[in-house]
Ligand binder design. Structure first.
Ligand SMILES: Cc1cc2nc3c(=O)[nH]c(=O)nc-3n(C[C@H](O)[C@H](O)[C@H](O)COP(=O)(O)OP(=O)(O)OC[C@H]3O[C@@H](n4cnc5c(N)ncnc54)[C@H](O)[C@@H]3O)c2cc1C
Length: 376
């Protein structure tokens, strides 16, 4: 048996953020990841909100600043939204995850790729994984929305999801690079939105829909090209995955096991954004775990639960969105002052304020706003 202080299942945002901090704090850390490479089979659009960019310093060549949101009504009208000093980062997600894995390794964590966790046993003061010849004083499940660790130890499981599908396209120079382009359309994306993101070297186009509806990314791709008058581009890759939107789970730990990230439901039920929480709570879980392993005291899962968001209002709004308001209702509400204020609040939180978009840059110089739609 190889003995570790901490065994983490999952080498994505939550697991790698946790592994790096735990290793820096002197814990002997193993990370088990079933994929052969951390950048394989990415299941996210990978947009970082500003708060996520403030949580971890990522290499700038792996990210691209996007200053605001252009929101389209089903009838093609759009409004632009931004807030002073705010930005999003589109990311080269596969390489970002590879970089995070390297950082965790540099800090001292041992990473085992191509290795699946299938089950383990809790003894009095450790978790044993005989199939992998490993034991750990604490096991952290950072293994995503349908956590095997959660299942193996009979913890709570996510039950409500959005299904998301996305294509990576050859970069589209005519797509205004200042914006995340978000499309309201309850026919194509009931319960959520569709999007086109000017990414790092690619354009990402996708949509998500409430549970039980199969999102049709090809239909959206066609509609989106027509709507924006853009030519066909080659599809380079496809991403898809489930987004847990039922809120934070209650029973996420035993004495020697705990869940973090999507596995614990640390995802906004409204926007489906989870990366900011994986980075923040992944790191905090490592700090709390290292204190507990060194000195005892409060269990790290209990301490982390106090710091996790509650998502109360967002859960209520999720119920409303799941009803998929008909497109005529979106068209009617669109551009009204209350709707604009609502959109500002969703995308920019308390930082909502007067728009301060930069002048049209080179990437968007060809884009005539009147040609693309009408500013409401
Ligand atoms: C289509 C889509 C688009 C999204 N877009 C955004 C966005 O733009 N911005 C944002 O903030 N959030 C977004 N999200 C949500 C975000 O991706 C997640 O919240 C985030 O990836 C969760 O990170 P995680 O580390 O908890 O889990 P995951 O990223 O799901 O990683 C889990 C890891 O565990 C590994 N694993 C699973 N089971 C095992 C096992 N048994 N043994 C070993 N390894 C295992 C997996 O291979 C994977 O690497 C999106 C989600 C989807 C599905």
């Amino acid at each position: 048996m190889r003995r570790y202080d901490l065994i983490i299942v999952g080498a994505s945002f939550a697991g790698l953020a946790c592994a790096r901090t735990a290793a820096l704090r002197g814990l002997k850390v193993a990370v088990i990841e079933r994929k052969a490479d951390p950048g394989d089979g990415v299941r996210t659009t990978g947009i970082l909100v500003k708060e996520a960019a403030e949580e971890t310093d990522f290499p700038s060549h792996l990210t691209r600043h996007v200053r605001g949101v252009r929101l389209y009504a089903p009838n093609g009208k759009f409004t632009d939204h931004s807030a002073p000093g705010y930005y999003f980062l589109a990311t080269d997600t596969p390489n970002l995850l590879r970089w995070m894995a390297e950082e965790a390794g540099r800090a001292g964590a041992e990473l085992f790729f191509g290795t699946s966790f299938k089950g383990g046993e809790q003894t009095r003061d450790a978790i044993e994984i005989p199939a992998l010849g490993m034991s750990g004083r604490l096991l952290i499940g950072a293994d995503g929305a349908t956590s095997t660790v959660g299942r193996a130890f009979k913890l709570d499981a996510n039950r409500r999801f959005l299904g998301g599908v996305e294509f990576e396209l050859e970069s589209e120079p005519d797509l205004d690079g200042r914006f995340l382009h978000c499309f309201l359309d309850s026919k194509l994306a009931p319960g959520y939105i569709a999007w086109a993101v000017p990414g790092v070297g690619v354009t990402q186009v996708g949509l998500a829909a409430r549970h039980g509806v199969r999102p049709d990314a090809r239909a959206f791709l066609e509609a989106y090209r027509q709507k924006l008058g853009l030519p066909a581009r080659r599809i380079l890759a496809r991403r898809s995955g489930l987004i847990p939107v039922g809120g934070v789970l209650s029973k996420v730990s035993l004495d020697r096991v705990m869940l973090i990230g999507d596995a614990a439901g640390h995802v906004s039920p409204l926007t489906g954004g989870g990366i900011v929480q994986t980075l923040r709570l992944g790191r905090r879980a490592a700090q709390l775990a290292s204190d507990w392993i060194d000195a005892g005291g409060e269990h790290p899962a209990r301490a982390l639960a106090r710091e996790a968001p509650r998502f109360g209002t967002k859960l209520l709004l999720r119920r409303g969105l799941d009803l998929a308001p008909p497109n005529w209702l979106w068209n009617l509400a669109f551009g009204t002052a209350p709707f604009r204020a609502f959109v500002q609040g969703i995308y920019f939180h308390q930082r909502g304020g007067k728009a301060d978009l930069p002048p049209i840059d080179k990437a968007s110089a060809n884009l005539s706003e009147t040609k693309r739609g009408e500013i409401v």
